[in-house]
Design a protein around this ligand. Sequence first.
Ligand SMILES: NC(=O)c1ccc[n+]([C@@H]2O[C@H](COP(=O)([O-])OP(=O)(O)OC[C@H]3O[C@@H](n4cnc5c(N)ncnc54)[C@H](OP(=O)(O)O)[C@@H]3O)[C@@H](O)[C@H]2O)c1
Length: 263
Amino acid sequence: MAKATGTALVTGGNRGIGLEVCRQLGRLGMRVLLTARDIAEGSKATAALRAEGLDVSFEPLDVASQESIGNLADRLGRQGVRLAALVNNAGIAMEGFDANVAERTLAVNFLGAMHVTERLLPLMEEHGRLVMVSSGAGELEGLAASIRQRIDPPPPKEELVAFLRTFIDEVRGGQYAAKGWPGSAYRVSKLGLNALTRLLAEELRARHLLVNAVCPGWVKTRMGGSQAPRGVEEGADTIVWAATLPPDGPSGGFFRNRRAIPW
Ligand SMILES: NC(=O)c1ccc[n+]([C@@H]2O[C@H](COP(=O)([O-])OP(=O)(O)OC[C@H]3O[C@@H](n4cnc5c(N)ncnc54)[C@H](OP(=O)(O)O)[C@@H]3O)[C@@H](O)[C@H]2O)c1
């Protein structure tokens, strides 16, 4: 890959795919803001990448906390930071399935990425790239028509958020399956993230921002487990590619192995 310039911010950068994305962006020549919710873990990961000679700094960020997001945005704003790339990588896949799991999963994987993006957008450069780390679990294929018709094409953002909130209520009330929702909070969160990606790509076209979702494949991390066929290098590759696209690169797409795949 060609050299890249400017500053990139990565969420959930302390381990797994996010850490490797920070490393690869740093190797390409970018200044990297590695963010993590755990200060000790984030500082340790940052120190390791700096020891590799990379230009990496740590910033605390819990994507499920609007206060934490606001503090980060204010701090970076005061420093005059401009972002060439924002990678919404932080994610969770919880054990079990109930309304609490549904709420927490949406709070991190969907709302977290949405709130981080909204607050950091004013800091993004023209032609900046926004990358949503999604999953094959977010594909529309196999989804019940009753749900698909509500998110494909995506409705306005407020309506999308309200619709996804009904999932939590319907899990709590036990009607989610009858309504056509999948029995996986992770799947619903990534369906929402993909719909959000499509909306943002349209919204930000006039600002020339490139907004894409990426499926990293099944990757050996704490989330992916030890049986996964891919290492983090391969898992990070398409994310890094999307975070360093040239100004005339694609926007509004879903990519795996650097190739467009259907929503
Ligand atoms: N591994 C796979 O096979 C696979 C497949 C498809 C998609 N993905 C996606 O790839 C992304 C990275 O996953 P991974 O495999 O690298 O998982 P991972 O090893 O479990 O890492 C998840 C990262 O997200 C962070 N995180 C979780 N909640 C957070 C919060 N509230 N605020 C900030 N950071 C938070 C974690 O921080 P802590 O250390 O503090 O928990 C950790 O850094 C996720 O979006 C995931 O859905 C992974």
